[in-house]
Design a protein around this ligand. Structure first.
Ligand code: 3HC
Length: 311
């Protein structure tokens, strides 16, 4: 019986078909999806903080409105992804508990501070740009709810990337101080953005299995290369430089030669010792506590409704 179910699952994956919540799936497939989708959802929610920091200080009403819309989009992406994870049997409360007790991973990139307005441009251009590179292939992930969630999210991400590019272009073409502020921000965000794609392929324990199950369609290094290839011409249009003196196209390798990424920094951030890890979790914990009354009120209201229907 089990062997037959496994064979049917393998055939679906082989035929590039979707696995849906009610289909039989190997426990390990379920587990790695809960791992990746919940971490993805946590990343969206924590990702609201670095940008939220500038909503009250945006330089114009237009920029304020755009930034507010973007942060609201991230919240929606998070809720969408939590719902996708819940179809695999984990509850929203469990995932929230894992996050606020620092037992859950979320993208390293959100553990960096945002000291200047230019960071809103660099985050849109680099962080959302990297997220697009990583998320477009995920639209074809073998697990139905995840792939479908990605289609909707990718549409909004391209707006996020465009508005970041536009902020940097305006600053870069502004006063010398504004140009310097844009360049300083790109210098700070470039390497952490490359780390978003994960460790090098030969140090990526989940990649082989994720690719066999067609969750991950391209390796960490492949997507990182693709991302750098996208950035080079855009940086030229922006009139900004990428902070890697060794970056050059290698004709015979058909790939970008680049300086070594500082994986010590990456591992430090993953171990919770990044510049803003504690602050991000504390803020999320505070929001959870301050929002307890809303959850209680909603639960009480739902209970009253249910009681009314029972009479
Ligand atoms: N930050 C934190 N942890 C990371 C990481 C990063 N940048 N890169 C890798 N890791 C972790 C992995 O989670 C894994 O740990 P785990 O086994 O405990 O989960 C370990 O490092 C080894 O990495 P692997 O390459 O083996 O892990 P994966 O195969 O899962 O690949 C990944 C990592 C490419 C991030 C993959 O999980 C993925 O594609 N996730 C979905 C995309 C995502 O989470 N993006 C977040 C970007 S931010 C965002 O989306 C918000 C946007 O709106 C700006």
């Amino acid at each position: 019986q089990e062997a037959e179910l496994q064979a049917r699952f393998d055939a679906l994956i082989e035929a590039d078909q979707r696995i849906e919540p009610r289909d039989w799936m190997p426990d390990a497939y379920r587990k790695t999806l809960i791992r990746q989708i919940s971490q993805h959802a946590h990343s969206e929610i924590i990702g609201m903080q670095p940008e939220g920091n500038w909503i009250s200080r945006a330089p114009s009403l237009k920029r304020k409105a755009i930034l507010m819309a973007k942060v609201q989009d991230e919240a929606g992406h998070g809720l969408y992804l939590y719902s996708a994870a819940q179809t695999l049997g984990i509850s929203r409360d469990e995932m929230t508990e894992q996050l606020i007790t620092s037992r859950a991973r979320y993208s390293s990139i959100f553990n960096y501070p945002t000291p200047t307005w230019a960071d809103m441009g660099a985050i849109g251009w680099l962080v959302d740009g990297a997220a697009i590179c990583n998320q477009v292939p995920l639209c074809r992930a073998s697990y139905g709810p995840y792939g479908r969630a990605m289609v909707r999210i990718c549409k909004e991400e391209s707006f996020h990337q465009r508005q970041g590019f536009e902020i940097l272009l305006e600053l870069s073409q502004g006063t010398p101080e504004q140009h310097a502020m844009a360049q300083e921000s790109v210098d700070r965000w470039y390497w952490p953005a490359l780390m978003m794609f994960g460790p090098p392929d030969d140090e990526s324990p989940n990649s082989a299995q994720s690719m066999a199950w067609k969750i991950k369609r391209f390796s960490n290094d492949e997507l990182r290369q693709r991302f750098v290839g996208m950035l080079v011409p855009q940086a030229e249009v922006l009139g900004l430089t990428l902070p890697d003196p060794n970056l050059r196209w290698n004709e015979e390798r058909q790939a970008w030669d680049m300086s070594e990424i500082d994986w010590t920094e990456f591992n430090e951030v993953l171990a919770g010792r990044g510049p803003a890890n504690a602050q991000r979790i504390q803020h999320r914990r505070d929001a959870h506590e301050e929002g307890a009354w809303v959850r209680e009120a909603a639960a009480a209201y739902a209970e009253k409704q249910a009681a009314r229907e029972r009479v």
